[in-house]
Design a protein around this ligand. Structure first.
Ligand code: GCU
Length: 602
């Protein structure tokens, strides 16, 4: 009987790679992974734009770029003569008039195409927030919904020799049936926020692969390689030169090749984040990736990293460079945030509340920082509205598809702070099962905050807990929820006692440098008040038996338009341990000292 995992991965391979060929697919094709290792032409840089606050561009059909023909003709739009925006990057921080803009922006880019004979051509977007409709030479080629995951379209049979024109309709309006929905506590940065590439491939190419350790194993890889194109049965090889490994197999008629080999890997750890050069080869294509190998699992109330109990010294981060007060996207943005993460003594980041750009994921992995990957099923979601669960599922598949070979990613998180209801329970149980089907090698969870606190007792229960590998709890004792007794006296009533628990959010607000006003009053926004929250929380952590990790909310102050206090907030959520200017608040030192007392594994 074939290994269940392999079968699920095989199906995963099919499910993940559900690429519908050609331009007629509603969601494009499952995006290629490891794009930088492909034959790319970057379309980053200046794109011309049309700002379209009333949606007039839709009925004017701006993608047709009509020009006056007769002397009496006139056209009331044009890219030429208009402004330009840099891609990648949010549009809100590039033009003053777009600072709070939520609406449509039309982007235009041309490229020169020289026919390359028997090759295929793809147009790949790292992410567009929130809705994208893509036109090539005046014709729609597809659309994508979701602001934080990649998508692509095959365009080889649509381009023409010479100059071709891409126009993208980007709309970042928040939607009641969106994912996330209408309300969320981060800035709604719109635009083509990540890289755009043209990718050339052979007629038959390596479209996808999954190469990670089999669950519970420290030395056996179980995965697959998927070829795309015709005559799909080909010899496939996996080479890891450093291990003198040269694994040979053959893809079946569907283009799928099972990968199953063992080796004496140096396992990836936070102390030694070992990555190997892995060469994936078919008869007509070669892709090189750097892949680490580690085991992550839950066992009773423990999380095991390579078989040893691990304590997750986490921190939450949003995808924002606070120094630029803009959406983060670059490697330098990632390295700035990760420098602060390392300085704080953390071994893990929770990428709140959506998949961040790949620079962050790959940089964290290289630095030995474990990653919590999450889709933006956030608070108020219309679970019973038509299409919403499909959107959630697609985002989960796009996240898993993109990051499945990143050993630094150890948690797939499928929601944050949604309240139990029949439609929510059904939707989240479903997506949890689907996620486990795609990848059972990682920890799967959802973040809950519906604990009940009374008489200094925390009652923790949610319908989802039976379906999750990890109990992930947000609590703001000392900030949103005043203590009802001494933190050291708190009692925990966990309905589920045989699973690990992590505190995925705690903390409070403080304006850096604000030491005026009463230190014991929340409304002073003083550093001392925030500092005391951290001291009390750390005392409380000592009362929890199966606590396997904590994630303060959060590393740095970040923009959120709902934070409106004109003196202390000014559109910033001030729960950062570091200010938007990179200044460490008093609470930072409390956390640092706490983390310095804890080993990674024990
Ligand atoms: C919530 C939520 C965060 C939010 C935070 C806060 O728990 O998960 O996204 O920013 O609390 O209120 O600051």
């Amino acid at each position: 009987m074939k290994n269940k995992l392999f079968e699920s991965l095989v199906i995963a391979g099919v499910l993940i790679y559900s690429g519908l060929s050609g331009p007629d697919s509603a969601f494009g094709q499952s995006a290629m992974i490891n794009v930088s290792a492909r034959h790319c032409t970057s379309l980053d840089g200046e794109w011309q734009i049309i700002i379209d606050p009333t949606g007039a561009g839709d009925w004017r059909k701006v993608w047709q770029e009509r020009k006056p023909e007769k002397k009496t003709d006139f056209i009331e739009y044009s890219f030429e003569g208009g402004p330009a925006l840099n891609v990648p990057g949010d549009f809100n921080t590039q033009l003053q008039e777009l600072k709070y803009y939520e609406g449509t922006i039309w982007y235009k880019k041309t490229f020169n195409y020289i026919p390359t004979g028997n090759k295929r051509l793809f147009l790949h977007f790292g992410a567009v927030n929130y809705m994208a409709s893509v036109y090539l030479n005046g014709n729609i080629i597809g659309s994508h919904e979701g602001g934080f995951t990649p998508f692509q379209f095959e365009i080889g049979n649509l381009v023409k020799p010479g100059i071709n024109t891409i126009i993208v309709r980007v709309n970042n309006q928040r939607l009641k049936d969106g994912v996330p929905g209408l309300g969320y506590d981060w800035f709604n940065y719109g635009g083509i926020t990540r890289d755009v590439n043209l990718i050339v491939s052979d007629r038959l190419f390596i479209s996808d692969y999954f190469i990670q350790l089999k669950k519970h194993s420290f030395n056996e890889v179980l995965g697959w390689v998927r070829l795309n194109g015709n005559s799909l049965s080909q010899n496939v090889r996996i080479k890891i030169p450093e291990l003198n490994l040269d694994y040979k197999t053959r893809s079946d008629v569907s283009g799928l090749a099972e990968i199953k080999f063992s080796s004496d890997f140096k396992l990836w750890t936070p102390e030694n984040p070992k990555l190997y050069k892995v060469i994936i080869q078919s008869e007509t294509d070669t892709v090189i990736d750097t892949i680490g190998f580690r085991s992550i699992e839950v066992k009773g109330p423990k999380i095991l990293l390579n078989g040893k109990p691990v304590f997750l010294k986490g921190i939450n981060i949003h995808e924002e460079n606070p120094l630029r007060a803009a959406r983060a996207y670059s490697e330098s943005d990632a390295l700035l945030l990760l420098k602060w993460v390392k300085e704080t003594g953390c071994n893990m980041i929770r990428l709140a509340h959506y998949p961040h750009n790949e620079n962050m994921i790959k940089s964290a992995e290289k630095l030995g920082i474990m990653v919590w990957d999450e889709i933006p099923v956030y608070q108020q979601i219309e679970f019973s509205a038509p299409g919403v669960t499909d959107k959630m599922d697609l985002m989960m598949r796009e996240m898993v598809n993109r990051d499945k070979n990143r050993c630094g990613v150890i948690v797939w998180s499928l929601s944050n702070e949604t309240n139990s209801s029949p439609s929510r329970d059904k939707a989240l149980i479903n997506i949890t099962d689907n996620c486990r089907y795609l990848d059972s090698t990682r920890i799967i969870t959802s973040v809950i905050n519906d604990e009940h606190y009374s008489n200094n007792i925390l009652n923790v229960w949610d319908t989802l807990y039976r379906h999750l590998d990890l109990i992930s709890l947000n609590e703001y004792l000392g900030w949103y929820v005043p203590w009802q007794g001494q933190p050291g006296d708190i009692k925990w009533n966990l309905a589920i006692k045989d699973k690990p628990i992590v505190i995925t959010e705690f903390g409070g607000e403080a304006l850096y440098g604000n030491n005026s006003g009463p230190k014991d009053e929340a409304s002073s926004w003083s550093e001392e008040y925030q500092e005391q929250i951290y001291k009390d929380q750390i005392v409380m952590f000592g009362t929890m038996n199966n606590l396997c990790g904590v994630f303060p909310w959060l590393l740095a102050d970040y923009r959120s338009s709902g934070r409106m206090h004109p003196v202390y907030q000014k559109g910033w959520n001030r729960k950062g341990l570091i200010s938007e200017h990179g200044e460490k608040k008093k609470a930072w030192y409390i956390l640092k000292a706490y983390y310095d007392t804890i080993k990674n594994t024990y």
